[in-house]
Design a protein around this ligand. Structure first.
Ligand code: HEM
Length: 236
C-alpha cells in the first residue's frame, strides 16, 4: 500500500470520527420562553372523584333548599280570619269547619259556620252533651261574644262561672260575613278547672259541634249539630 493511500484512509477516519462526535456529544438546546411571556401560577391537577361519595363531596356547597316549615298558629294569629295552611288539622262536622292546632300547653281552635248565629264546640263529652267542655261564640255588629261552658246535662250546658268554675279562654277573635261566622280561640290543655276537661297532647277526643243559623242566643237550640273526633299533636 502506498503512502498516499494510507494518508487518505487516515483523513477519512478522522472526518468520520469528527462527524460522530458532533452528532452525539453536542449539548441539547432548550427552548427559551420569550422574556415577555406572562407568569402563570401552577394549577394543581383537578381531583378526580373515585366514588359516589367523593363526587357528592365535590358538589357545590350551597345548602339544599329546606321544605317550608308548617305554619304554627300562635296566639297573635288568632284574628278571626282563617287562611289557607294556617292550621295543620281540620274536619267538617254538620256544615261547620273545625280547625285546630296544639302544642304542649294550649289548644287553638277555629270554627267556621254557614250561619250568622252562634257556633260552638264541645270537647270530650261523657254522654251526649253531658261533661263536655263547651266554648260558644257569636259575632254581632262586629263584636265577638265568647263563653267557656260545661255540659251539665245530657242536653244542656251552662257557663263555667255559673257552675262554680272559671272562664279559661286565653285569647279569642271573631268575624262575620253575610253567610258565615268565624270564631277562633285558645284554651289551656289543662286549666285545672273542675268545669273543663284535661286534654293530653297526642290523644284523641270525641267532639260535639253545633251552630244556629240566625240566633246569637247561647240558650237557643242548635239549627244543626253533629259529632266527630280530633287528635291532638304530641307535645313538640
Ligand atoms: C242551650 C243550647 C242547647 C240546647 C237547648 C240543646 C238541646 C239539645 C237536645 C234537646 C238534644 C237532643 C235532641 C237532638 O239530638 O237534637 C241535643 C243533642 C245534641 N246537642 Fe245540643 N243543645 C244545645 C247546645 C248544644 C251545643 C252548644 C252543642 C255543641 C257544641 C250541642 C251539640 C249537640 C249534639 C252533638 C247532640 C247530639 C248528641 C247525641 O245524641 O249524641 N248542643 N241538644
Amino acid at each position: 500500500m502506498s503512502k498516499w493511500v494510507l494518508i487518505a484512509l487516515g483523513v477519512a477516519l478522522a472526518a468520520g470520527f469528527a462527524t460522530w462526535l458532533v452528532l452525539t456529544q453536542w449539548p441539547a438546546v432548550e427552548p427559551v420562553a420569550p422574556a415577555s411571556a406572562p407568569a402563570v401560577a401552577a394549577t394543581p391537577p383537578a381531583e378526580v372523584p373515585t366514588t359516589g361519595n367523593a363526587q357528592a363531596a365535590a358538589a357545590p356547597t350551597s345548602p339544599e333548599p329546606k321544605p317550608a316549615a308548617p305554619v304554627r298558629v300562635t296566639l297573635s294569629s288568632v284574628d278571626g280570619v282563617i287562611s289557607d295552611g294556617e292550621y295543620p288539622h281540620s274536619v267538617e262536622i254538620a256544615g261547620v269547619k273545625v280547625y285546630w292546632v296544639n302544642d304542649g300547653r294550649v289548644l287553638c281552635i277555629g270554627l267556621v259556620s254557614p250561619g250568622t248565629g252562634y257556633v260552638a264546640i264541645g270537647l270530650d263529652p261523657v254522654e251526649r252533651m253531658l261533661g263536655a267542655n263547651f266554648v260558644l261564640g257569636s259575632v254581632a255588629e262586629g263584636v265577638l261574644t265568647i263563653r267557656d261552658d260545661y255540659g251539665n246535662a245530657a242536653t244542656g250546658h251552662d257557663a263555667d262561672t255559673t257552675l262554680g268554675g272559671t272562664d279559661n279562654l286565653l285569647s279569642a277573635a271573631g268575624h262575620q260575613w253575610a253567610d258565615q261566622t268565624v270564631v277562633e280561640f285558645v284554651i289551656p290543655l289543662n286549666s285545672g278547672d273542675s268545669t273543663d276537661k284535661q286534654l293530653v297532647p297526642g290523644s284523641s277526643y270525641p267532639i260535639l259541634v253545633a251552630y244556629n243559623a240566625l240566633s246569637d242566643d247561647f240558650s237557643a237550640r242548635h239549627s244543626r249539630r253533629g259529632t266527630g273526633r280530633i287528635t291532638l299533636d304530641p307535645a313538640p
